[in-house]
Write a protein that binds this ligand. Structure first.
Ligand SMILES: Cc1cc2nc3c(=O)[nH]c(=O)nc-3n(C[C@H](O)[C@H](O)[C@H](O)COP(=O)(O)OP(=O)(O)OC[C@H]3O[C@@H](n4cnc5c(N)ncnc54)[C@H](O)[C@@H]3O)c2cc1C
Length: 399
């Protein structure tokens, strides 16, 4: 396998780097570097800057408004975006429902929903999980009952990221309970302004508000908002989850975090001591750097497989597990590097008493937010335990 990038790829990298250094909004990079949560306007500002360049729908085919880039170019673009400290796109529209719509939607649905994703005017949320259905998603019970040309939706979705900003939500809903639990699930797109929808905030361990519960009470949804066939939603959901899991590597972002940790550890404190001189700390840092190299090679292996005409397959589960475990361990070392400054405060906390009034070095604040936020990575997108079950069964062939 050839892991090296061609001369044309390297030229492409320089063009992308130049954009992020000279054209991308600086205020967003600075806000992210201080550890703040992006506001809806920040996402839109960032995405519109990418859209103006034609670089927003990186993974979409050209015919549907995407870049048509090769796998290598997409990877290089992601690397440069993270290297620059720019904001990742909101995945719900661009990475999740967009590909479902252009793959399984009608021409009318494409015309109706894709432009708003492509110019970042319409926000989407993902309504899959329910209070009793997470890992065992197929057991979901939020129901859509057919009534003439409409479905009537009743039930609750939970852990719905950014639903407070969403104009639309795509949902998996139970339309039939009679067969296997994977059957009788239907994929509906629902206008968040429909009467009967209530969004309740859920504040996470990092004191931030990105999660919500969304309750549907007799919400009427036109049948034309259904993607594909009634009862076949599970097929479309699986297609989408494959897309979701391959998007977790974030190699360049991790490289940047490790470089920041190294720089902090190499700086002397008031008494002249340096954390990097502690052999145990150095060993942990070196181990994480080696694991990141291994992650990068795994990503490049997947890219090479795709470039040679193959499909990534179960590497999506491998990547999800190793990338998210590494993210958690890097943020833990980040906390260690910031030592006594690490815990008391961080930006954007809405939890009472954690309001960020304690003076602390600028780079300590993002360390805490990242550490706490990264705990969720092994849960969302299919928990790591479930990914390990998949690997055990489908890759190792264990019973
Ligand atoms: C930050 C964040 C954002 C999210 N955003 C969204 C979103 O936008 N939309 C959405 O629909 N959902 C979202 N989710 C929900 C997420 O998909 C679920 O949390 C996840 O699927 C796990 O489900 P659960 O929380 O119900 O845990 P459970 O399924 O109850 O699992 C609890 C624990 O048991 C383990 N477990 C369960 N079954 C097995 C098994 N068979 N073998 C071994 N271990 C098992 C799990 O690994 C986990 O550790 C989000 C979650 C988080 C944390």
């Amino acid at each position: 396998m050839d892991f090296s990038f061609s001369e044309a790829d390297e030229k492409f990298r320089m063009m992308v780097r130049d954009f992020f250094e000279n054209e991308y909004p600086r205020e967003i990079v600075e806000k992210m570097a201080r550890g703040h949560s992006p506001a809806k306007e920040d996402y839109q500002h960032s995405e519109r800057a990418l859209a103006a360049k034609g670089w927003l729908a990186v993974n979409w085919p050209k015919a549907d408004g995407g870049t048509g880039w090769t796998a290598n170019q997409k990877y290089i673009f992601d690397e440069e975006l993270e290297r620059a400290g720019a904001l990742n796109v909101v995945p719900m529209g661009l990475l999740y429902v967009g590909p479902v719509i252009y793959t399984f939607g009608t021409e009318e649905q494409k015309k109706r929903w894709l432009p708003g994703i492509l110019d970042s005017t319409v926000f989407w949320a993902q309504g899959y999980s329910e209070p009793g259905s997470g890992s065992d998603l197929a057991s979901l019970q939020c129901a859509a009952a057919r009534d003439g040309d409409e479905y009537v939706v009743n039930g609750t979705k939970i852990w719905t990221s950014l639903a407070q900003h969403a104009d639309w939500i795509f949902c998996l809903l139970r339309t039939d309970n009679s067969g296997r639990k994977q059957e009788g699930i239907t994929f509906l797109c629902i206008d968040m302004t429909s009467p009967g929808i209530t969004v309740q905030p859920i504040i996470t361990i990092d004191g931030k508000h990105s999660l919500n519960s969304v309750t549907f009470e007799n919400v009427r949804v036109p049948v034309e908002n259904r993607i594909g066939e009634e009862g076949k939603g599970w097929t479309y959901a699986n297609y989408l989850l494959g897309h979701e899991r391959t998007s977790y590597a974030h190699v360049a972002g991790k490289r940047k975090q490790l470089a920041d940790i190294r720089a902090t550890a190499e700086a002397a404190d008031a008494g002249g001591a340096r954390l990097i001189d502690d052999a145990a700390f150095r060993a942990k840092l070196a181990s994480l750097e080696a694991r990141l190299d291994a992650l990068e090679l795994t990503v490049l292996r997947v890219l090479a497989t795709v470039a040679e005409g193959g499909a990534p397959g179960h590497e999506a589960s491998i990547l999800k597990v190793i990338a998210t475990e590494l993210a958690q361990d890097i943020t833990e070392l980040g906390m260690e590097a910031h030592g006594p400054y690490a815990m008391p405060a961080f930006p954007d906390s809405v939890a009472p008493g954690w309001a960020g009034n304690t003076p602390l070095p600028a780079d300590a604040a993002p360390a805490v937010a990242r550490y706490l936020g990264a705990r969720a990575q092994s849960i969302y997108g299919g928990s790591n335990e479930i990914q390990k079950n998949i690997l055990a069964k489908r890759v190792l062939g264990l019973p």
